[in-house]
Design a binder for this molecule. Sequence first.
Ligand code: ATP
Ligand code: MG
Length: 232
Amino acid sequence: MPLLTATDIHKSYRRTGQADTEVLRGASLIVEAGEVVALVGPSGAGKSTMLHIMASLDSADSGTVLLKIEGQDTNLAKLSPSALAIIRANSIGMVFQFHHLLPEFTALENVAMPALVAGLSSKAANAKANTLLEQVGMLHRAGHMPMEMSGGEQQRVAIARALINEPSIVFADEPTGNLDTDNASSVAELLLGLRETRNVACVIATHSLELAHRAHRVVQMVDGRCIGPGNA
Ligand SMILES: Nc1ncnc2c1ncn2[C@@H]1O[C@H](COP(=O)(O)OP(=O)(O)OP(=O)(O)O)[C@@H](O)[C@H]1O
Ligand SMILES: [Mg+2]
């Protein structure tokens, strides 16, 4: 049984006085537990839009997104805002092209924050954050502010933050788009190793052919649909 099933997603953007932009035209994507899927396609093809809808950061005009939570296929669009907030915090991780770390907090505080919000004690949250920082090779920067870290280091901290509540799936939007080759490789390594280390599924929107080639499966966005093995 799949972890995530997005079916027949349609999404248009409406702007007054202009024709609708139809971005997704029946896009479907199935993701198995622990699977790393690369979502590729030209700029403007709808990769970020699809990712945001699957992560329930944005809503579709029609179609469904089911995420398996505690063995149950759960339709995210049907949840109350508070139930959705809990699922977003606990089951879904997000990594963006620009890391979105909070500038006034240290690496450790940034990573621990979602666990604190989820109700962990600060001692438990900090212990977990330290373990994750170690796993992403950033323990030596735990006390640094985002400004005191390189782009690649910040992105590794952002990945640790996305993982702290032990999500079943991480959505990464151009996670290496802003990095040099070495840092891009180490971030790719981290994301692609998630299945081995934590059985976390990952959908990565990327222009990086290297990253795409190393994913378990490559899905292409063409004419508002997802085309590739395992997808119609
Ligand atoms: N809020 C919005 N209002 C209007 N149009 C939008 C909005 N967001 C995205 N679009 C349009 O939807 C289309 C798909 O955008 P999207 O960001 O999903 O593409 P993408 O595949 O992620 O591209 P890139 O590779 O450049 O990141 C684009 O044509 C874009 O201009
Ligand atoms: Mg995009």
